[in-house]
Design a protein around this ligand. Structure first.
Ligand SMILES: [Zn+2]
Ligand SMILES: [Zn+2]
Length: 343
């Protein structure tokens, strides 16, 4: 099996894993959780109790408490990509007389991305405390479907304001809770949703810029070396004109680190691009990820069949105020004063 086949299998595996995670993310309670608990039950028969406790504790800490592990992984991946970009891609592009500003663009985007990352991870997402509860509870109206008046958080012991949710990672209730992001090690709520939005878009731009410049470099190399006009001999000694698969294999063997990095950042651009588009859709329609996920149980969703007929309620997003105002709300969350002015 040659290296190209191995690479294709690896890419298919990664894509299948990403697709599976995306499909399962919407129904993790019913599908993924069942599979995980099933697997842990099988493992519990073969792993000694002591080791099981340690493993369970480590996995619980990793996936159910705040952990810097993903932040470290995030920075390590960025360092690896930019190390390769600086060490090889930048140097070759410079020799091929690419414009300096174009070559510096990924660094500028990276600086902006790191700024958004720091702001997003350090900001208070909107933790609900005894002192700010009275004002936050007045910001959004209860829609009576996803958010009911009078529900008390058993951990924080406060009445949950509309659009808030208790985060099991941080063990606090968060105002306009979106989700807990392990990559920034913080909740995404009313007061850092704008930073997260910019962080995600700059990260996508970083990946897209590095991918485009690297792809441009390889296209330049192919054009300059007239590889496409050449031919090669196969294992049986027959001559063939150079085709795309041979070209990819040739480039991989000549620039292994560059082609591997290009594959990684291209995949990242596609995944991040899809997630950014979804986040933009949520921002334009004034929904949080939490609300989008919960609302799928209402309306025409197939999940509706899991509920008794009597409990079915039509869901309507009462928080949308039009595309422009919705987008503005991400960067400038409404205060009590503003919501009072409107009523
Ligand atoms: Zn709580
Ligand atoms: Zn959290």
């Amino acid at each position: 099996m040659d290296f190209l086949t191995l690479l294709l299998i690896y890419l298919c595996f990664v894509l299948a894993a990403v697709a599976l995670l995306c499909i399962c993310s919407g129904r993790k309670e019913s599908f993924l959780a069942r599979r995980v608990s099933g697997a842990s039950q099988v493992l519990s028969c073969v792993i000694p109790t002591q080791l099981r406790r340690v493993t369970h504790g480590a996995l619980h800490r990793l996936f159910h408490t705040r952990s810097r592990l993903f932040v470290v992984l995030h920075i390590a991946l960025q360092a690896a990509v930019f190390g390769e970009y600086t060490w090889e891609v930048f140097v070759y592009c410079w020799e091929l007389q690419f414009h300096l500003l174009l070559l510096l663009l990924p660094y500028l985007l990276l600086a902006a991305n790191l700024g958004c990352f720091l702001l997003c991870s350090q900001a208070n997402p909107g933790v609900i405390t005894k002192s700010n509860h009275a004002s936050l509870v007045q910001v959004y109206a209860y829609d009576g479907v996803l958010f009911q008046k009078g529900i008390v958080c058993p951990t924080c012991n406060v009445e949950k304001p509309a659009r808030s949710k208790h985060c099991s990672f941080c063990s606090v209730c968060v105002h306009r809770f979106d989700h807990h992001c392990v990559w920034v090690n913080n909740c995404i709520g009313a007061f850092n949703a704008g930073y997260f939005f910019l962080y995600l878009f700059t990260l996508t731009a970083v990946a897209a810029a590095v991918a485009s410049i690297t792809a441009a470099l390889l296209v330049h190399v192919v054009l300059l070396s007239n590889l496409m006009q050449g031919s090669y001999l196969d294992d049986q000694g027959q001559e063939h004109a150079v085709e795309i698969l041979f070209l990819v294999q040739h480039l991989f063997l000549t620039f292994p680190r560059i082609v591997f990095m290009l594959g990684f950042v291209t995949l990242l651009t596609l995944v991040l691009g899809a997630y950014s588009s979804f986040t933009l859709y949520l921002a334009l329609t004034n929904q949080t990820s939490n609300e989008w996920y919960k609302s799928r149980r209402y309306g025409c969703s197939p999940h509706l069949t899991a509920q008794p007929r009597a409990s079915r309620v039509a869901y309507r997003n009462v928080y949308s105020k039009g595309v422009w105002k919705n987008l503005k709300e991400i960067f400038k969350p409404p205060t009590v004063l503003e919501s009072k002015k409107k009523t």
